[in-house]
Design a protein around this ligand. Structure first.
Ligand code: ATP
Ligand code: MG
Length: 719
């Protein structure tokens, strides 16, 4: 018997409803794009709360981005009203991990106000560690170490857990020592990097089973979106938490796994069925998002992949418009075409907020942005911490960070002599030495040094002024609105003035950014909350409701949908990218194809592909050929709308030898077949590669995860 009275359940299909109502026990929803996986999760939360199975704070819900978390909160509110407000444990793995870690920081050697390091601070620190270990930094650059350590952290491995062979393989056998030293440095700085946010939770729980148990009890229900892109550390983290009530629901789509390069493992889908035997597995097959041709194109493309779990996808929507392909002479013309197409949609009352441009790499954005600016088309860039990555913003943040956390040495170093206050490297060296010998942070070392005569008078007075300023600013915090405090700090430090005096072309823009920075702070209750937000933010903050075109990378577009989606840069070497093409195996190319599939399936009504036959890469022009992915699309669902300018129109719309540079490409298959009728019915069935023989992922169950120690030592069952 179903509770017919719940309005939030209305409109769900039977399978969706089953996934919502199977509240207790493990549930895995494995289904294609646009089938309502996210909608199922949202409704499930509403259902749990509405039926009083759980209170908002009993539910742990993991989304892939902060934006998705906001969206989900909003939706839950829409389904059940104020009862769904709160949801303190709805967020990304990182934000939830941070929250847990702050509460128990001292148990892993940190203080609760620890700083979260961004990429460049992380690299700076690694560099120091490498130099300290007397390793040739040219042979073993910080970046290589960073990626090795990130890789280990993604797999849930603490320094002592790294397989000896792997640690040996790095920096003349010193990989393990470097990792250990780096972690030790982080602790003295009272800092954590992104990987630590989960890794240290695992350590915390392994060493303190009582703490783990409180969280296992607290989270009566656990939900995870975009499950296919979890890494091993995230999986271990989830598995530990879920051992309490075992009410864990994960939704995902192996065909949308696009973060393998960052350690995500599709194998986690198989691990789930293995670790949670008897899980209810739900498959959703109806796509509610896209029209027939778009779904046919996306399905036809992804069918070229071999490593698939296999699933069926159908739509009951109309066939709609075909996927269009436009060629341009160069990337500038491509941007112009996109601009024109958007303007024409705009004239037809198409809201801009329903238009997205999805690029393969962020460097493609500049030309498109330039075009939008010229046309006066309002747009926003989603994804990537671009704004907060700007130098002036990072400087401003460093001032705030030191004010809030006097042991934040990296931040202190960053602004020590910015603006110039006559404090050179020599002074910094003395500070470093003193900080080490006294075992105190740099700022405190600076304070102590001003009472000695180790510094030259000029340096001493400069250092004293800085130290005194920080004490003054720290006292200001809490006494007046934090944006005013920030404003004061930027003025009194001379930082704003530095840019006012700067005569370079971009100084005005930087001042504008600083203003925007102070303004954005007002949205937060206090400085700590703001800094926390900045550390975690993966996308630029946006004003809701404004009618603007969205511009983002394909990776950032996961889970989103738009009426019209532009997909520029479909050229071999760019998309699929060169690295995938150079690789010997298929894995890289298949991940690129999944990315193309994600791009196409973002579109509800219109998908518009394009390529340019000339593109500037690293400042140099080169001729390109259209992406092999274009050729792989089912011809019946594709229409060529524009050939590159200057081309002689022959029998085929594109010349075989189109560029003056002599590059060539074959007549694309999609031009030849025109007669086939569009299949707007079932795209799945037999040709979806679901047989075990075509399924290399599903060989013999998931491979063993390193770091099993964690599960064992807390007495939970492990694989
Ligand atoms: P993705 O894999 O891209 O994340 P998804 O499986 O999470 O997709 P949703 O975003 O939840 O899919 O849903 C896709 C669209 O279909 C949304 O606009 C959603 O509101 C709509 N939708 C889902 N289920 C139904 C339904 N039963 N009736 C009507 N519309 C639905
Ligand atoms: Mg989704």
């Amino acid at each position: 018997l179903r509770p017919q009275s719940s309005p939030y359940l209305e409109g769900l299909n039977d399978e969706q409803r089953r996934a919502v109502e199977a509240t207790d026990g493990p549930v895995l929803v494995l289904a294609g794009a646009g089938t309502g996986k996210t909608r199922v999760l949202t409704t499930r939360i509403a259902h749990l709360i509405a039926t009083a199975k759980a209170r908002p704070f009993d539910i742990l819900s993991v989304t892939f981005t902060n934006k998705a978390a906001r969206e989900m909160k909003h939706r839950i509110g829409g389904l059940i009203g104020p009862a769904g407000e709160g949801m303190p444990w709805l967020g990304t793995f990182h934000s939830i991990g941070t929250k847990i870690l702050r509460r128990h920081a001292e148990l892993v050697g940190l203080r609760s106000d620890f700083t979260i390091l961004g990429m460049d601070d992380q690299l700076r620190l690694m560099k120091q560690v490498i130099v300290d270990q007397n390793i040739d930094e040219k042979r073993w650059p910080a970046r290589a170490l960073a990626s090795a350590i990130d890789g280990w952290k993604n797999r849930g491995l603490l320094p002592e857990q790294v397989p000896p062979g792997e640690a040996q393989a790095f920096a003349f056998g010193k990989g393990g020592a470097l990792y250990t030293a780096y972690q030790a440095r982080l602790l003295t700085l009272n800092a954590a990097d992104f990987g630590d946010l989960l890794l240290l939770c695992l350590k915390l729980w392994r060493e303190n089973p009582d703490v783990l148990e409180t969280y296992q009890q607290r989270f009566r229900y656990i939900l995870v979106d975009e499950y296919q892109d979890t890494n091993v550390a995230q999986y271990l983290w989830l598995r530990l938490l879920a051992q309490g009530h075992r009410n864990v629901a994960c939704v995902g789509d192996d065909d949308q796994s696009i973060y393998g390069w960052r350690g995500a493992e599709v194998d986690n889908i198989l691990r789930f069925e293995h670790d949670f035997p008897g899980a209810t597995v739900v498959r959703l097959e109806r796509n509610y998002r896209s029209t027939g041709h778009i779904l046919a194109a996306a399905s036809g493309l992804i069918a070229k992949n071999e490593g698939r779990l296999g699933k069926t996808l159908r739509t009951e929507d109309v066939a709609g418009e075909k996927v269009t392909v436009a060629g341009a002479w160069d990337s500038e013309e491509e941007a112009r075409q996109i601009g024109e197409a958007i303007e024409s949609l705009q004239h037809r009352q198409h809201p801009l907020s329903e238009i997205a441009v999805l690029v393969r790499i962020s460097a493609q954005m500049r030309e498109i942005e330039d075009r939008f600016v010229q046309l006066g088309l309002p747009y926003r860039v989603i994804g990537g911490p671009r704004f907060y990555e700007r130098a002036e913003i990072r400087d401003a943040l460093a001032y705030l960070r030191v004010t809030m956390n006097p042991s934040d040495d990296l931040a202190f170093e960053r602004i020590f002599n910015t603006p110039k206050r006559g404090l050179g490297d020599a002074t910094l060296q003395i500070l470093h030495g003193y900080s080490r010998s006294q075992g105190v942070p740099l700022l405190q070392a600076a304070r102590l040094l001003t009472e000695t005569d180790e510094l030259k008078p000029r340096a001493r007075s400069g250092v004293r002024a800085l130290v005194e300023s920080f004490s003054r600013w720290a006292r200001l915090v809490g006494t007046k609105p934090h944006s005013e405090v920030a404003q004061t700090i930027l003025e009194e430090s001379g930082y704003t003035e530095m840019w006012q005096k700067d005569k370079s072309a971009d100084a005005a823009g930087r001042l504008e950014n600083l203003k925007e920075f102070v303004r954005s702070m007002e949205e937060f209750p206090d400085l700590a909350a703001f800094l926390e937000h900045v550390s975690l933010v993966m996308e630029a903050s946006e004003q809701e409701g404004a009618d603007r075109v969205s511009l983002m990378t394909l990776h950032a577009a996961k889970g989103l949908e738009f009426d019209t989606v532009f997909l520029p840069g479909w050229e071999d070497g760019l998309f699929p990218n060169q690295r995938a093409l150079d690789e010997s195996g298929r894995a890289g190319l298949e991940e690129e194809r999944r990315l193309a599939h994600v791009g196409l399936t973002r579109a509800r009504k219109r998908a518009k592909l394009s390529f340019a036959v000339n593109r500037r890469i690293h400042g140099l022009w080169s001729s390109t050929i259209p992406s092999r992915f274009i050729d792989e699309l089912p011809p019946a669902s594709v229409e060529v709308v524009e050939a590159p300018a200057h081309f002689s129109a022959g029998a085929s719309r594109f010349d075989r030898n189109p560029t003056p540079f002599g590059s060539s490409y074959g007549t694309p298959g999609w031009q030849r077949a025109q007669a086939a009728t569009a299949n707007t019915g079932n795209f799945g069935g037999g040709n979806f590669g679901s047989g075990p023989s075509r399924n290399p992922v599903n060989r013999s169950g998931p491979r063993q995860i390193e770091g099993e120690l964690i599960a064992k030592s807390t007495g939970t069952p492990s694989a």
